[in-house]
Design a protein around this ligand. Structure first.
Ligand code: G16
Length: 544
């Protein structure tokens, strides 16, 4: 066996390696600067402290441009830092939910995910590196703060420059580095995740739904992977396991530039799916983002399910999913800007409810404490405590399971839900690439205005409806498990009828600042709940 020696390479710190909502995201060209990727990876490893020596980590990414180069580099850096074993997805590929699953299944110290999620890919587009901890979830704030602190003082990194690993071929590769054994296990990226889905859902009933049975037509689905990482997972689950025909899945080859698509599953970017669904041939459509954690659900004729409604409908029918028959339903949660539809399901069912800041990492501690089963975000994220990431394919299967049990289509499920609980009309406005300093100042001024005591009780009349400001603040989250405080998570205007306006800065952009304004107007009048969202939605941003 060839023996390798690690070397210490002097470097200079970079001052812009502060992880955002979910990891460090920058242009590929930024990561390609000399020592930039190396520094950040060394900082992640250093943050593990005493746990680093002899550790096992998972490594993989969404297949975008630079994933393979970065994966090979990270293998060399891990080899030089005392990591005992890396579990790597074949071709460097893993969906984000699959990494979360493997970290938990193999009890590893964590994992490194190479993704910029739904941001476009290619040589002049985005790349990202994210660290997930041993619970399988994105590193919490105190860990990312520690990583950032290390980056600003980093003077060297360790590497085994000539270590080569064939990550295209499955197998276990063993090396001797500085006299110690170092292993790389290249695994099938899909198998473990598919196994998990088969444990959670009743695949027989899903198969029957898709195939049709006596007196029941086949239920036609259309699944769009947007040339992101989910393609191989989707083929295995929907075609090979559930018997859907090949035409039911599209854009399933993971491409380095996502074939020029912007792999963000929403009405704007998943337009190919929307147009195909409009033809009315398919009963159900779903799209997933680059790394497979986001989802969009559509019904027949492209009937759009908002992520907030998706969460609420799944919450109301969660008992149909075999997994929850075993675990019970421990609690519901949503991120703060997400519309309040799930809140009403929680209060009607008496199930505990939590509101957390934007970022999946905030759900993790509740799940680890066995207090949370289902959660979601307006940014097209839905998931459960089966892993510690949101999970696009899980969400699509959950919908199909509910449909199979309720024997109702997507639109029918939504309409009966709104009739029972009322409807949250929700819209998000994004203002991208704004100057960061001006945005920070704008939010500061806004906070001053809305938190002035005279603001409470302000009444706004719009289209014969009155909105009275009940509360206004800059959201501060107190984690119910560890008591930690996360302040300044967005300006909230809460109205007496449950409607809300939220303003916050995005934490996932790769340059400049993005301002997000969320409007959530609640309607319980049965005559209005079926109106077109665009007609009925009251844009009352002039309030501030
Ligand atoms: C990431 C986080 C999500 C969060 C989203 C918000 O999503 O994982 O939990 O909701 O960012 O982004 P922003 O801060 O831009 O509003 P992803 O899919 O990009 O990893």
């Amino acid at each position: 066996m060839t023996e390798f020696k690690s070397v210490i390479v002097p470097t200079r710190p970079f001052d812009d390696q502060k992880p955002g909502t979910s990891g460090l995201r920058k242009r590929v060209t930024v990561f390609q600067q000399q020592n930039y990727t190396e520094n950040f990876v060394q900082a992640i490893l250093n943050s593990l402290g005493d746990d680093l020596q002899g550790s096992v980590l998972v490594l993989g990414g969404d297949g975008r441009y630079y994933v393979k180069d970065a994966a090979k580099l990270i293998i060399r850096i891990c080899a030089a830092n005392g990591v005992k074993k890396l579990i790597v997805g074949q071709h460097g590929i893993f969906s984000t939910p699959a990494v979360s699953n493997l970290i938990r299944k193999r009890n590893t110290s964590g994992g490194i995910i190479l993704t910029a999620s739904h941001n476009p890919g290619g040589p002049d587009k985005d790349f990202g590196i994210k660290f997930n901890t041993d619970n399988g979830g994105p590193a919490p704030d105190y860990v990312t703060a520690e990583i950032f602190n290390i980056t600003v003082g980093l003077e060297s990194y360790n590497i085994v420059p000539d270590l080569e690993c064939d990550i295209d071929t499955q197998g276990v590769y063993t090396y001797i580095v500085d006299g110690n054994e170092f292993n790389v296990e290249v695994v099938d990226s899909v198998a473990d995740y598919v196994g998990l889905m088969k444990e959670i859902f009743d695949f027989d009933s899903l198969r029957e739904l898709l195939k049709g049975s006596e007196g029941r037509k086949p239920f036609k689905i259309l699944i769009d992977s947007m040339n992101g990482v989910t393609g191989p997972y989707v083929r295995q689950i929907f075609v090979n396991e559930l018997g859907a025909d090949e035409s039911s899945i599209v854009n399933t080859k993971p491409l380095e530039d996502f074939g020029g698509l912007h792999p963000d599953p929403n009405l704007t970017y998943a337009v190919q799916l929307v147009d195909a669904m409009k033809e009315g041939i398919h009963d159900f459509g779903a799209a997933f983002d680059g790394d497979g954690d986001r989802n969009m659900i559509l019904g027949k004729k492209a009937f759009f399910v908002t992520p907030s409604d998706s969460l609420a409908v799944l919450g109301a029918h969660l008992h149909h999913i075999p997994y929850f028959k075993i675990t019970g339903i421990k609690g519901f949660a949503r991120s703060m800007p997400t519309a309040g539809a799930i809140d009403r399901v929680a209060s009607a069912t008496g199930i505990d409810f939590y509101e957390v800041p934007t970022g999946w990492k905030f759900f993790g501690s509740l799940m680890d404490a066995d207090q949370l089963s289902l959660c979601g975000e307006e940014s097209f994220g839905t998931g459960s405590d089966h892993i510690r990431e949101k999970d696009g394919i899980w969400a699509a299967l959950a919908w199909l399971q509910v449909i199979a049990c309720e024997k109702k289509g997507v639109e029918e499920l939504l309409v009966s839900h709104w009739k029972k609980f009322g409807r949250n009309f929700f819209t998000r406005y994004d203002y991208e690439n704004c100057p960061a300093d001006n945005c920070a100042y704008m939010l500061h001024k806004l906070e001053q205005i809305v938190t002035s005591p005279v603001y409470i009780g302000t009444q706004i009349i719009h289209r014969n409806k009155s909105y009275v400001v009940k509360q206004a603040d800059n959201f501060c989250y107190e984690d119910p498990i560890d008591g930690s405080l996360t302040p300044k998570q967005g300006i909230r205007l809460l109205f007496e009828d449950g409607s809300r306006i939220i303003v916050r800065l995005s934490g996932t952009g790769s340059s400049g600042a993005t301002v997000r304004i969320y409007v959530d107007s609640y309607e319980k009048d049965e005559r209005l709940i079926l109106k077109d969202a665009q007609v009925c939605h009251y844009t009352f941003m002039w309030v501030v």
